[in-house]
Design a protein around this ligand. Sequence first.
Ligand code: AHR
Length: 648
Amino acid sequence: VQSTGGNVTGKFGHPYGYGFLHEDINNSGDGGIYAELIQNRAFQYSPRFPVSTEHWFPLNGAQLSVQFLNDPLSKSLPASLRVTATNKTGECGFENDGYWGIDVRQQKYTGSFWVKGTYNGSFTATLKSNLTAEVFGSVEVQAKTNANEWVQHEFELIPEKNAPNSNNTFAITFDSTATGNGTLDFNLISLFPPTYKNRKNGLRVDIAEALAEMNPHFLRFPGGNMLEGLTNDTHWDWKDTLGPLKDRPGFQGVWGYQQTHGLGIMEYLEWAEDMDLQIVVGVWAGLALNGDVTPEEDLQPYIEDALNEIEFIRGDPNTPWGSKRAELGHPEPFELNYVEIGNEDWLAGYPGGWDSYRQYRLQNFYEAIHAKYPDIQVIASGATSDPAPEGATTGPNTKEGIDFTRTPGVIGDYHPYREPDELVQEFDRFDNDIGHIIGEVAATHVNGATPPRWDGPLYKYPWWIGAVGEAVSLIGYERNSDRIPGTFYAPVLKNENRFQWPITLIQFTADPKQTTRAVTWYCWSLFAHHPISHTLPTTSNSTYGPLYWGAGKDESRQGAFVWKGAVYNTTDGSDVPVSVHFEGSQSGSRASLTVLTNSAGDPYAYNSPFTNVNIVNTTKVELTASDDGAFHFELPELSVAVLDTDVE
Ligand code: AHR
């Protein structure tokens, strides 16, 4: 490994980035990293997901119905919950079972609900067992209701004890004899536990910590398919996600459930800020998943919308959208260096979607963004290798996919969801190509899977052989990091109760004890914890395979040398002897060697949230260079390793 001729990674002064795409899939946002505990809190709905009382249950003979009042809580939240006491002799109310349970502990819960109606009494907010009705904690909330307007009631609740499991509910009850006519209207009933970095409307602590512990450098949002929307009329509109929760209408999610918009653009940006992440913001580019394409003559408003979104994120507080951000509590611009135009335009709505991307959508967006923000790295939503789909006939370079020569400086986005073997074959994929982000990558199919490759009992969690296959491809991407700024795992989170996309980095339920880092999390985490600011040329007397490697140095750690390696498919299963000589290292030089292996043996072993067993074995030793100045060690079959001279 030589220290001369090293290429600086990226162009924005951050190290090579390991990160993730987050979109709301698998209830990874609502019911996931967004800490809200109440499901269906504001009776939001869309054409695809009708309004309902789902997740709400009556108590003591109350009747629950959804109403569209003439004077709703807000234009954005037109539906509300009517609670009518049938038994007019005492307490009645309703309860919510959360996102498949509620974690109840002795900690401060912060709640709020809006009420309309006449009531001279108090409400009781309670956290209790769904199995035994045992009350873990409750609080009286003095009513300040009014027959003619919606009034917010806020409260704090600290349970007296921890619940033994997460099969719990949150209830609100009131004295029906103290109401005007036995009826009250409720809306936006919300309950939060403590959040990551104590943000209001913030992130669930254990999930955010599991992500932060990976030492990520990149967050790509809001999708993925979620950005595109099911139709052009229902794409993810960032403006709908701003400000007070009562002004957020919710989003017709693309993954089979209604979304709250609670995790909005400000929350994404604060998430990035709290974890010190570079962001890749996807702007909507006139194509939806059903193939709706916006014609060129109608595109300009969306281009302006993208410019406004960028201004909202990084504009000076004196600009129109920068001032809106300041109003929302963040006068300082957020850092934004990467903007992606659309998502996977080669996949949805072809041939029209793809053709229009090449003909005008990519170029028109790019030119407008580049003219106003020349420093922004614009990213196209496809890779140089993404094929022109069957039937695409029009546009320049039709058969060759995106014509990057028409948008100089634009880099691509590559999404390899592959078998482990295929990822290993990707090792040199970017040795001779223009820049790309690897905006979505994961080992999703078992080796030799027959189409459709998603079926079978192994499609539950990432397995070890997939993690090592990914590690090989990650090394391949990172050694081209002068052109490849970063790699993103996707999708990143899964609530076990919404099984849509099995291969994710972190799995969870309502019970934080089940929050589980997949085997692949350990490889990404290892690589991310040894960042490089420069790639380094390497010479070797071996060819790649079964050992794959790459090297770099990190200026922020006094030029520490880093070597990353993985062993995949030895012919006879024996350990691979490795000698690494860093330029300048001599007898007695020191380096730490971390090696990850699979303690379960089976290459398809995985970490399950239901066993609490981590099959990834991590060993870390300090090595001393021999008389030849090299570090000598052996790596077993299916192992991932990092050698780093920063041993302090
Ligand atoms: O990561 C899951 C999906 O895979 C994304 O939404 C989409 O971009 C890709 O096809």
